[in-house]
Design a binder for this molecule. Structure first.
Ligand code: KG4
Ligand code: ZN
Length: 339
């Protein structure tokens, strides 16, 4: 039997230090994630300098643990895939420098992966994927509808013009006095709230546009909170959370399903941290089903930041012979481009 191609993936773009070993771009042998969330929670959000320092402290043990869990040795690896951007530049540089040092010393090819394409490729680890693929990427940094006719070719159908969906969740949670990250907190609280209690705005933008905007919604919620606080009214936190979440989910669902109809794809794939949202999962399934479209979400651990998704994308670069040099640099706002 042929030996599998093992990719070592490294991800340090934000507040998770992660390393993974993936076989043939499809089977996760190890996916170690060391989260910094408890550290950043004290400050109500990610502090970039602290994130970089924590990555420095964790990266070596995270990579070594991934190799151990995968029952693999350095000599089993065929290449190294690392997130080159977008993300916090100081945080990215830690993973990138370590990946470069490993590639140099082990004589292994290096590939640089875009974090956004990593999120899309999480789907290849979770279920069989047929191309062309349409993916809604919803995370703390992105809200994008991406059409992918083949590996490495991306067409942006729409994206947020201001805040990302996860960013809006985190900012509203903060205003409601909830801990960071706010998405899971709002998701949990919303289950006990009335989503019709407040009618917050939905930004539909141009007819048939697949772009998103969440800053108007964010301002409307903050204004409502100010108004209640000034009047001395108790804030019905669960109702605000539920009504806000309903406004975000409404727009995401409507636009994603419309894009799937326009592109005539039988399956809509979802990725990114906000794909963990229970209401989004439920409502998207229902709306898509009504149009005969299937929806596939990766399991929760592959939705939020992880290195297995970076390895899955990196394997495709390796197969295409698209290697990076040791001059590969971290780019904070790296655009998703075809290769
Ligand atoms: O993909 P991810 O781990 O990191 C980025 O690339 O940004 O996504 C993190 C984001 C955060 O904004 C977090 O609040 C949000 O995903 N998130 C959620 C849920 N779980 C995580 N948002 C809504 N509902 C959730 N259950
Ligand atoms: Zn992410």
């Amino acid at each position: 039997m042929q030996k599998p191609v093992l990719t070592l993936g490294i991800e340090t773009s934000c507040d998770e230090t992660s390393a993974a070993v993936v076989a043939d771009g499809a089977t996760v042998l190890a996916n170690v994630i060391s989260t910094q969330i408890p550290i950043h929670r004290r400050y109500g959000g990610v502090v970039p300098e602290i994130a970089s320092r924590q990555h420095v402290e964790s990266i070596i043990s995270v990579v070594e643990t991934a190799l151990q869990e995968a029952n693999s040795d350095w000599s089993d690896l065929s290449h190294i895939a690392v997130t080159a951007g977008p993300g916090l530049v100081g945080a990215l540089l830690v993973g990138l420098s370590y990946a470069k040092a490993l590639a140099y010393s082990l004589f292994l090819p290096l590939v640089g992966v875009n974090h956004l394409e990593g999120h899309i490729y999480a789907n290849f680890l979770a279920h069989p994927v047929r191309l062309p693929l349409l993916c809604l990427v919803v995370s703390g940094g992105h809200t994008d509808l991406i059409y992918m006719p083949e590996h490495g070719r991306y067409e942006s159908l729409g994206r947020t013009l201001d805040d990302a969906a996860g960013e809006a969740f985190d900012k509203i949670a903060r205003a409601l006095g909830l801990p960071y990250p706010g998405g899971p907190e709002i998701d949990r609280l919303a289950r006990t709230g009335d989503e019709t209690a407040f009618s917050f705005p939905r930004a539909w933008l141009e007819p048939d546009a697949f772009d998103f905007s969440f800053s108007g919604l964010k301002s409307a919620v903050l204004n409502e909170l100010n108004r209640m606080q000034q009047k001395g009214d108790a804030v019905p936190v669960a109702d605000v959370a539920a009504s806000f979440q309903a406004a975000v989910v409404d727009v995401l669902v409507t636009k994603a399903v419309a894009a799937a109809v326009t592109k005539r794809v039988p399956v809509l794939y979802v990725a990114g941290g906000v794909a963990a949202n229970s209401s989004l999962r439920q409502k998207l399934q229902k709306a898509a089903q009504a149009r005969g479209i299937e929806v596939r979400f990766p399991p929760l651990q592959l939705c939020t930041d992880n290195a297995a998704m970076i390895a899955a994308a990196g394997y495709r670069y390796w197969r295409a012979g698209k290697f990076a040099g040791l001059d590969l640099n971290a780019t904070a706002n790296l655009p998703l481009s075809s290769w």
